[in-house]
Ligand binder design. Structure first.
Ligand code: GLN
Length: 451
């Protein structure tokens, strides 16, 4: 049923870059066979899932939305893919994204944008726009995204679904095509909080192949959910309810918090000084790390290599230059240039090092806030989904979209976006809950109370 719906809606949405219906059906049949034989099955076996196309899948094309990886078939699975395969979840395909996960709308995909299922003239958000659109449209019940500065939560908000970014280190990044390694995390996109909890259980935990993954025990997140707001201490950071956030969006989120207050939660305003610098800080650190991570795409090791158009390249340097010139899109080039500049001798202290110091101040502001409250609640995005093409000419306009989400990656915290009603035009509004490091249990519990 899911595969039929996927195929029927795909011409409208373009949520997928690669579809793998045969493999998915074979897996589903294998699960059926095992069940019939009375063999033991993982509790999640048989639930179809889609994977963002920056997750390596053995033998299956993995492009990261870029021409430069055209034709690349990884020889191995990402650790999260290994776990999904091990549990018997049929993989329906690989979803569209902004090139190398750089963007907020999927319009930076080299293979054309995805459309928002609620309004086909609008973007689904990004960079995990394909994953969020596929779940919202019922092409698959579950998907994986990655989140460097909001790429799970922002598209979840725009598409009216649930998106969870775990604490940095909670989920292995092995096999995730790196954008900004100190910010990237993989996480679930689902229709509700319980599903997010179930899927996180499968993904989380220490991985010897990722030295930044952490060995904290993984609780049974879903089993611990209670529809209970009593005693929950919620902070509303004033910085995220002011100018620049659409009134409709602010009002929805405030009203949701008031409802929980009426059910026994304690809601108060808090202040997070220094978060006003988060966007500037992120757009130094993320491009700096990206410029280093993307140095490996040289036409030698994988994917695209510039072919002699007329005359062969003079030497290997020219081959590198032409491969990168033709293989990368405009936004990726912009970030490589910004990042290379910020890291270069003489500028490193002024930009990268300074941004790292600001990052520490941001983390400290959160640590202080969490002495008084259990979770923080903000809008996920300043506005609901915008129109295709509306912001493509103005990168700074596009970056401003990330104002509520990038802060969380800088601080390494877990956060979830969940649907919070509709705006005046009927578009989904997202509410973001932010938790203490490695307290996904508390985070999911609070989100469940909001749901
Ligand atoms: N939109 C942000 C950016 O362009 C975040 C992307 C992401 O989380 N991968 O960097």
């Amino acid at each position: 049923a899911f595969l039929a719906r996927l195929e029927a809606l795909e011409p409208m949405l373009h949520a997928f870059l690669t579809r793998t219906p045969e493999a998915a059906l074979a897996e589903a049949e294998e699960v059926d066979r095992r069940r019939a034989r009375g063999q033991e099955l993982h509790p999640l076996a048989g639930i179809p899932i889609a994977l963002k196309d920056n997750l390596c899948t053995r033998g299956v094309p993995t492009t990261a939305g870029s021409r430069i990886l055209e034709g690349f078939r990884p020889p191995y699975h990402a650790t999260v893919v290994e776990r999904i395969a091990g549990a018997g979840l049929p993989v329906a395909g690989k979803t569209n994204l902004d090139e190398f996960a750089m963007g907020s709308s999927t319009e930076n995909s080299a293979f054309g944008p995805t459309r928002n299922p609620w309004d086909l003239e609008r973007v689904p958000g990004g960079s995990s726009g394909g994953s969020a659109a596929a779940v919202a449209a019922g092409q698959v019940p579950w998907a994986l995204g990655s989140d460097t500065g909001g790429s799970i939560r922002q598209p979840a908000a725009y598409c009216g679904v649930v998106g969870l970014k775990p604490t940095y280190g909670r989920v292995s990044r092995f096999g995730l095509i790196a954008f900004a390694s100190s910010l990237d995390q993989i996480g679930p996109i689902t229709r509700d909080v319980t599903d997010a909890a179930l899927l996180l259980e499968l993904l989380a935990g220490k991985d010897p192949l990722d030295a930044t993954s952490v060995g904290e025990p993984v609780p049974e997140y879903a089993r611990e959910l209670r529809p209970e707001a009593r005693g929950l201490r919620i902070g509303l950071p004033v910085q995220y309810f002011g100018e620049g956030i659409a009134r409709d969006v602010r009002e929805r989120v405030r009203r949701a918090a008031e409802r929980l207050a009426s059910e026994g939660a304690r809601v108060k305003e808090v202040s997070l000084p220094s978060v006003e610098h988060a966007l500037a800080c992120y757009y130094v650190i993320a491009p700096a790390e990206a410029s280093s991570n993307l140095a490996r795409y040289d036409g030698v090791r994988y994917g695209y290599r510039a072919r002699p158009g007329g005359r062969p390249p003079r030497d290997v340097t020219e081959m590198f230059l032409r491969t990168r010139g033709e293989g990368f899109g405009a936004e990726v080039k912009r970030r490589i240039m910004l990042g290379t500049y910020a890291l270069s001798a003489g500028y490193y202290d002024a930009y990268y090092l300074k941004a790292q110091k600001v990052r520490t101040l941001i983390r400290q502001a959160f640590d202080r806030a969490f002495q008084e409250v259990d979770v923080l609640v903000t809008p996920t995005t300043p506005t609901p989904a915008f129109r295709l093409g509306e912001k493509t000419d103005d990168p700074v306009e596009m970056y401003l979209n990330d104002i509520c989400t990038v802060t969380i990656n800088l601080a390494g915290l877990p956060a979830i976006s969940l649907p919070c009603g509709r705006d005046g035009q009927g578009l989904p509004v997202g509410l973001q809950v932010i938790g203490r490091p490695f307290d996904e249990t508390g985070l999911l519990q609070a989100a469940y109370a909001f749901e």
